[in-house]
Design a protein around this ligand. Structure first.
Ligand code: PAZ
Length: 347
């Protein structure tokens, strides 16, 4: 018999759902712990989550539920955190955009389109004599921008300041988030958590998943999903030990952004919710946070207490194309770093 639908607490979720393959042995988490230990005394560390999670419908998965996130917010923010001197754990949906390479996405700016082939000249006898090969060059119009991206990328590689982790399903995301947050707990207030991934609110517990590809022929398909546990609750209360936590709230109905963001801050007691609406997310966001005096570090309000006051901080950029292109993530990250400074200073 399949269990009935239910609301899972985070504890029940982790006790009943399968640990993903990537966490079955210690290799991945050893890499995470090494990365944290390497940077602990030199720089702050930020966990950036990015991209959308899937919800598989079958154990032998053919079909799944997905969402709109391309990973642009997370990938560009990670670059700006690196620029600000942070070490970045970039936890993203496999094949979604990544820092640096995002600038050469196959759909918007295909890599092959800005390369050129220079054939050895038939007039040049020296080239012919040495059997010269064709050369690949970068279009002159693309060189300056590529050089900037490449320099930043190589510097990050040389300094080892970015660690990339992958998830696909919401289950992988939740388990990874728990493990990585707990490992970062030792950083205390020096850690920032920037949760930009678009995480499914619903999932199908393993116990009720179809084993094989769902067959058609019996008319419509009805699937009842359970609610994904509110992971911010244990994150704030148990795992992150004084870290600075920023979550995102995406809505399509603009009037819901502020109330939902306030509700999240009241429930979980973290530091900032960044509200954005689907169509303007690249140009306008609002940072909602408890007013200065209202929230002691890392505490949720006991039930029944009056909600504290909240501050709104709007960031807006011009939506018309500019040279060089302006990205809203640069402003978001600057503001968060300023707030993280203050958070550490009051520790
Ligand atoms: O990945 P992207 O740049 O296409 O979109 C970013 C975003 C809208 C997923 C992010 O800003 C966000 O709001 N994340 C949280 C979504 C949510 O679960 O409410």
């Amino acid at each position: 018999m399949m269990p009935d639908t239910q609301t899972f607490s985070a504890e029940q979720y982790f006790a009943t759902q399968p640990k993903p393959a990537c966490l079955q042995d210690d290799r991945l988490m050893n890499d995470v712990r090494d990365f944290i230990a390497r940077h602990k005394h030199n720089r702050r560390v930020v966990l950036v989550t990015s991209g959308g999670t899937t919800v598989p419908l079958e154990l032998n998965v053919v079909r799944f539920l997905d969402n709109i996130s391309a990973g642009t917010r997370g990938a560009s923010s990670a670059e700006y955190f690196l620029k600000q001197g942070y070490a970045v754990i970039f936890m993203h949906r496999q094949f979604s955009l990544q820092p640096f390479s995002r600038n050469y996405s196959h759909s918007t700016h295909p890599f092959l389109d800005f390369l050129e082939i220079e054939e050895p000249s038939s007039a040049n006898q020296e080239q012919q004599a040495t059997g010269s090969q064709p050369q690949i060059t970068v279009k002159p119009s693309e060189r300056a921008a590529l050089l900037t991206v490449l320099r930043a990328y190589k510097a990050v590689q040389a300094e080892g300041t970015m660690l990339i982790l992958n998830f696909v399903t919401v289950n992988e995301y939740l388990f990874l988030l728990r493990e990585v947050s707990q490992a970062m707990g030792s950083l205390g207030s020096n850690a920032m958590y920037y949760l930009a991934a678009a995480v499914s609110d619903f999932f199908l517990p393993r116990q009720r998943m179809y084993e094989h590809k769902i067959q058609s022929g019996k008319g419509s398909l009805l699937i009842e999903m359970d609610q994904v546990p509110k992971i911010l609750k244990p994150m704030v209360a148990d795992w992150t030990l004084g870290g600075f936590i920023v979550s995102f709230k995406l809505e399509t109905d603009q009037s819901l952004i502020i109330p939902k963001a306030r509700q999240a801050l009241e429930r979980y007691g973290h530091q900032v919710v960044i509200g954005n609406d689907l169509y303007h997310r690249k140009y306008r966001v609002v940072l909602i946070s408890p007013a200065k005096s209202s929230s002691p570090k890392g505490t949720a309000l006991p039930d029944g207490d009056l909600p504290p006051e909240y501050e709104e901080w709007w960031i807006e950029i011009d939506s018309s194309p500019s040279v060089p292109p302006k990205e809203i993530e640069e402003e978001i990250v600057k503001e968060l770093v300023r707030r993280h400074d203050a958070w550490i200073a009051q520790d």
